[in-house]
Write a protein that binds this ligand. Structure first.
Ligand code: SAH
Ligand code: SF4
Length: 390
């Protein structure tokens, strides 16, 4: 059996062996192109240099688009071509380390990077199934430089930017997992939506994130509509403007306070790009008729959940174009905040709604495994430390 299965209170946890890439793999994966980020014409040009017919490139991409990345599993291509792929391309930029399945169907994954200099660094991704959609939440960086004090990823510091291939490989690996082990019939086992809400600040890894969006939308790739892609950002204004100009995908802003003094603390990038600048940027962001910008607001007890906070938020929001998503705080060991009670979250939401603002309380999914972004990875590190010590 390729992995071990441990059941804890209805949660199924699987840990996969060999978390670190071997030295050979590290060497091999150094500066190679990554299969998840290759376009059809690029692969066609490459297979032509190997004296292989053009249609082979399409066959390889058909496998890749299903989430099959190992050349050995690509059954309709020759062993010579498989070997070429293994030698010349990094086909599997991520290695699955751990998977946790919640009783509500949510699956959380920890992957390790395999390329040189970043090998063994870990990221998280989540699949959230609903009746009519399946959403993958992906990471864009290992860690984050921005240091929002309520965010576990922020407290871990910045380690590395992901490549476009590593960003897309998360989606592909989850696709393969869902194919191998589909969810119960009442839940969606297909990936219909992508949200950049995992670890890291996507707009601080602009080139790779833009390139990954282009590849996700590519009709020879996963062919996902921009209406089904959401980028969440703490508010890097020039980057948001460029995103809107290149790929006007859905935008979610980590607002968390509409009072500059408080936002300076909660979302420190506010010291550089204030609420006024953010307001102008949001007004200019292109959205279609049926679409809206999401303002994310994690409710922290006695911090940003007071009367002055809701009043400032009401003044800030443009109800014609924006919705507020109230998020339950996910505590983590040592976190300096506590979440607002469910009852007070409802009161906060009702206040917004009474002013004509669309506000939703984000249903917490995979509560039993969830933890805020970065926590499962931290847990995995703690486990492996325990293993080495023990
Ligand atoms: N860096 C980007 C995207 C990753 S964070 C951003 O900040 O938008 C994704 C969302 O999770 C953000 O809205 C973030 O503020 C929120 N978040 C971070 N830590 C959290 C926690 N402990 N509890 C609840 N939400 C959290
Ligand atoms: Fe970084 Fe977003 Fe966490 Fe802030 S909330 S530290 S920007 S990942």
């Amino acid at each position: 059996m390729p992995y071990s299965t441990i059941g804890i209170e209805g949660i199924e946890t699987r840990s996969y062996p060999e978390p670190l890439a071997s030295d050979t793999m590290r060497r091999m994966n150094s500066d190679k192109r990554q299969l998840p980020a290759m376009k059809l014409d690029e692969l066609q040009a490459l297979v032509a240099t190997w004296k292989q017919p053009k249609f082979r490139a399409r066959q390889i991409l058909d496998w890749r688009n299903k989430g099959v990345l190992s050349p050995d599993a690509m059954k309709n291509i020759s062993s010579d071509l498989r070997q070429k792929l293994k030698d010349e391309i990094c086909c599997e930029p991520l290695k699955l380390i751990r998977r946790e399945c919640s009783v509500d169907g949510t699956r959380k994954y920890v992957f390790a990077l395999t390329r040189m200099r970043a090998a063994g660094k870990m990221i998280e991704s989540v699949f959230i199934p609903e009746e009519k959609r399946g959403t993958v939440c992906i990471s864009s960086q290992v860690g984050c430089v921005f240091d929002c004090p309520f965010c576990h990823t922020g407290t871990q510091g910045f380690e590395a930017n992901l490549t476009a291939g590593e960003i897309i490989a998360q989606v592909l690996a989850i696709k393969a997992d869902l194919h191998a082990e589909p969810l119960p019939d009442e839940l969606h086992s297909d990936i219909t939506h992508i949200v950049y809400m995992g670890m890291g600040e996507p707009m601080a890894n602009e080139d790779a994130v833009l390139s990954s969006i282009g590849l996700l939308m590519d009709k020879d790739g996963l062919n996902i509509s921009r209406r089904r892609i959401t980028v969440s950002t703490s508010g890097l204004i020039p980057q948001i403007q460029r995103l809107g100009a290149v790929y006007p995908v859905n935008l979610a802003i980590s607002l968390h306070s509409a009072i500059d003094d408080k936002r300076d603390t909660l979302v420190p990038i506010n010291r550089k790009y204030s609420l006024q600048a953010l307001r102008a940027c949001l007004n200019a962001y292109s959205i279609g008729k049926q679409r809206h910008i999401t303002l994310e607001y994690v409710l922290l007890d006695q911090t940003n959940d007071q009367d002055e906070d809701v009043q400032a938020l009401i003044r800030f929001v443009n109800p014609e174009r924006e919705r507020v998503n109230l998020i339950q705080f996910n505590p983590y060991p040592g976190s300096p905040y506590a979440g607002t009670s469910k009852q007070n979250m409802k009161v906060f939401a009702q206040w917004l709604i009474s002013k004509g603002i669309r506000a939703t309380v984000r249903r917490s999914r995979g509560d039993d495994i969830m933890a805020a972004c970065g926590q499962l990875k931290a847990d995995t590190k703690a486990d492996s430390n325990a293993d080495t010590k023990g």
